[in-house]
Design a protein around this ligand. Structure first.
Ligand SMILES: Nc1ncnc2c1ncn2[C@@H]1O[C@H](COP(=O)(O)OP(=O)(O)OP(=O)(O)O)[C@@H](O)[C@H]1O
Length: 746
């Protein structure tokens, strides 16, 4: 197994030219190369990633078509690192126009993203809590003219509530540790609160605080690299400070909904540039705003508002404060993304883009040997991962086999079973676009997200009703029952299991309180207004641009940009949200998770896709641990190799159809080119045929011409097959007819 893994790491990119790539996380930090340096490692980038980046780049130049690289894998497997390395390599390789996009700026972007979009957990110092699409736009000369960052699925709830063993977004501890004295005084941060409901400002060890302060200095440098001015940075610290003060203010748990510590709430209002009363109303008194809106709006809107009011009134004071804090953070995150995009934008024309996608990794408490059930947030992350796996399945198997069928090319390969679609359906199946027959026979099988959004509007409904409906729709009853099932209820009350990763990695979830979580939080919805109407000019100018965006797209950041490529991507996002306007209008938070994933996939769907499967190879321990592992994967200080977790590797390989995709790649014909293009490109090798074709008075029979050409070229029959409209070639024998100059070719 060891040899096999080694082979995969180094040799795959050279021998295997399929659309996908396996990256194994080495048990130590990215290891320095040992012995012979494979091509692509001169700049420190692993050879397989360098090869992938070059392939995508050459395909973009030769086909003038968008390319996308999607990283898949468990949390902590190295996806973000891999995406950053790919982007840096692409920019270094192609070069930028006018310095709008540079390697330093890409690095700075990831420093900012790690601070604002990741949290520290038991297994990683930088567990991603947001999905990103980073696009590089190339001009006709193949240089990077501009870049754009789009983000979705920000887990804004992390601001106020963190599961046991997880921290808040890194930026809070960095700012609280590293802010200079003047700013600290100006923002009322010179004295820390004695108790804090969001768990901010706590460093277990003194050295943790020092590290956070050093990280803050790095963050400020990164912001400068991205042309974020001093004034804009101050505005950002203001909002973060306001969120801190809200956590210190807390809310009364009994009686009237109000802040518990008035003076901290006052500090929050001061930092945000609004009156205390304004903040109090936006946080707790939504009904006042709604009454005004109802009076001024027409009757059609009134019904909707009444529905919102009824659910909003049921919110507790604590939920109101949490909602305001997370709403502010979402807006702040979007503002930071716009500032990054401003730094990358340019007026140069671009021809096509390479998009790199990173999303929170697949997570199962069992991976960390924990016996707890997984949370709603973990379900959302796993859902996002399954959706990308489904995209991989559709592109790798379904589209390829369909192409062979249409072309009449015989390939002995059956569609692998099961499909990740079975698991995805348990979460997002919408009865209006039913894909799977309901296992229990129910006609209108709704996935979990839709059920939660539906039941939250039913008076007196509960979590158990949601579970019952889910069981009725998706649970396979009895051993001989028909239908596929990716779901089962557990013996423990309100718990169920979803068979993720093609059934290889089942995750047990605890549904307790999920219905409550599905309620739209009206305080969060009011947060943008507080920022846009601030008395402070620097805050208003930072957040005013978001006011122009349609509210349906609030959860997605990075929709600005005026270049054609940027507009196309933003249109794809808007279209995805428009496809289910009803859910968006009802402010249904759970179905919006699905819509955000729809938006992400629609941005990349039309491009040529490459998937990077990152595999976590060692079990236990914290990845990126500050006690570094030895190069080559040794146990720190012992010299012994770190044990590979073979069962975990098997699960990851079997759960992602990697081996099947290799098999299809080898049995099938991975490269193909249209008959006319093939004839035009290679007819020069057969002068007799070329002369005949030039003299032909009538239309050319392309198929006949290609058959003649192939006979002259004397290609081995097995290597090349003529379909109805294409010549397809098997990769392993196909070098001789490769139509595109390939950087990997010797
Ligand atoms: N090839 C590698 N070999 C060894 N360590 C690595 C490798 N790639 C990444 N790491 C380390 O593993 C840690 C986790 O990496 P990273 O944040 O990229 O994982 P991830 O898959 O994006 O996780 P998540 O999905 O939770 O965000 C980092 O500290 C990184 O330095």
């Amino acid at each position: 197994m060891n040899t096999l893994l080694h082979r995969y790491r180094v040799q795959l990119p050279h021998t295997f030219k399929g659309p996908d790539l396996i990256v194994l996380q080495s048990p130590g930090p990215p290891a320095p190369s040992v012995g012979k340096v494979p091509r692509g490692r001169r700049d420190g980038l692993p050879a397989h990633l360098s090869s992938l980046a070059q392939r995508a780049y050459w395909a973009l130049l030769s086909q003038r078509r968008d390319q996308s690289i999607v990283a898949l894998g468990r949390s902590g497997a190295g996806k973000t690192t891999c995406c950053e390395q790919l982007l840096e390599h692409l920019v270094a390789m192609a070069g930028g126009v006018d310095g709008r996009v540079s390697v330093e700026k890409i690095r700075a972007t990831f420093t900012v993203l790690r601070a604002f979009g990741s949290v520290s957990t038991g297994h990683s110092y930088n567990a991603t809590r947001v999905a990103i699409v980073m696009s590089l736009d190339f001009n006709a000369m193949g240089r990077v003219a501009a870049a754009q960052l789009q983000t979705m699925l920000l887990e804004k709830s992390c601001v106020a509530r963190q599961p046991e063993g997880e921290g808040n977004f890194e930026v809070f501890s960095q700012m609280l540790a590293g802010l200079d004295l003047d700013l600290r005084t100006e923002l009322y941060l010179h004295q820390m609160a004695e108790s804090h409901s969001f768990g901010m400002g706590i460093w277990p060890k003194p050295e943790d605080k020092q590290k956070a302060a050093a990280a803050f200095a790095q963050l400020r440098c990164a912001m400068e690299t991205l042309d974020i001015s001093e004034g804009e940075q101050r505005a950002i610290w203001r909002v973060l400070a306001a969120i801190y003060h809200l956590g210190a203010a807390g809310a009364c748990k009994v009686g009237r909904k109000q802040f518990m510590r008035f003076e901290w709430a006052n500090h929050a209002a001061e930092a945000l540039g609004c009156e205390y009363e304004e903040l109090n109303t936006a946080t707790f008194k939504h009904h006042l705003r709604q009454i005004i809106e109802q009076v001024t709006s027409g009757p059609s809107r009134r019904g909707l508002e009444e529905e919102e009011t009824s659910s909003g009134l049921k919110m507790t004071g604590v939920e109101c404060v949490e909602g305001m804090a997370s709403g502010l953070y979402q807006e702040l995150f979007a503002a930071v993304v716009s500032l990054i995009n401003r730094s990358f934008s340019s007026h140069h024309l671009s021809m096509a883009s390479i998009m790199v996608v990173d999303s929170p990794g697949f997570q199962n408490p069992r991976h960390q040997c924990k016996d707890r059930a997984a949370t709603f947030e973990e379900l959302c992350r796993n859902y996002a991962h399954e959706r990308l796996q489904l995209l991989f399945y559709q592109r790798t198997f379904m589209s390829t086999l369909e192409r062979y069928r249409q072309e009449g090319i015989p390939v002995p390969f059956d569609l692998p079973e099961p499909s990740p679609g079975t698991t995805v359906a348990v979460m997002d199946q919408n009865p209006s676009q039913v894909r799977l027959p309901a296992v229990g026979g129910a006609e209108d099988a709704r996935g979990l997200f839709w059920l939660l959004d539906e039941e939250v509007r039913v008076e007196g409904s509960s979590d158990s009703v949601v579970l019952e409906r889910l069981c009725a729709a998706f649970e396979k009853k009895g051993a001989g029952a028909e239908g596929t099932s990716a779901f089962r209820s557990c013996e423990q009350p309100l718990q169920f299991e979803i068979f993720h990763q093609l059934g290889q990695d089942p995750v047990r979830y605890d549904l307790t309180g999920w219905l409550h979580r599905a309620k739209p939080n009206l305080s969060a919805l009011d947060a943008p207004q507080v920022l846009q109407q601030s008395k402070r000019e620097e805050l208003r100018s930072l957040f005013q641009s978001r006011a122009k965006l349609p509210p349906v797209c609030r959860a997605v950041a990075g929709l600005e940009g005026t270049s054609q490529q940027a507009l196309q991507r933003s249109c794809a996002v808007r279209r995805a949200f428009a496809s289910s306007l009803a859910a968006v209008k009802r402010k249904a938070p759970c179905s919006q998770i699905k819509l955000q994933m729809d938006a992400l996939t629609s941005v990349i769907r039309r491009s040529q896709l490459y998937f990077v499967h990152c595999l976590a190879v060692a079990s236990g321990g914290r990845q990126g641990s500050l006690t570094p592992l030895q190069p080559g994967g040794d146990k720190p200080g012992t010299g012994e190799p770190l044990p590979l977790d073979i069962p975990a590797l098997r699960v990851q390989l079997a759960g992602s159809h990697i081996l099947e995709s290799l098999r299809l790649h080898r049995t099938g014909y991975a490269d193909h080119v249209g008959l006319p293009q093939f004839r035009r490109r290679f007819q020069v090798l057969d002068p007799v045929l070329m002369k005949k074709l030039m003299l032909a008075s009538e239309g050319i029979d392309e198929r006949k011409a290609v058959e003649e050409l192939l006979q002259t070229l004397d290609l081995e029959k097995k290597a090349v097959v003529i379909g109805h409209s294409q010549v397809s070639k098997a990769t392993f024998l196909g070098h001789r007819v490769h139509p595109v100059a390939d950087p990997d070719e010797p």
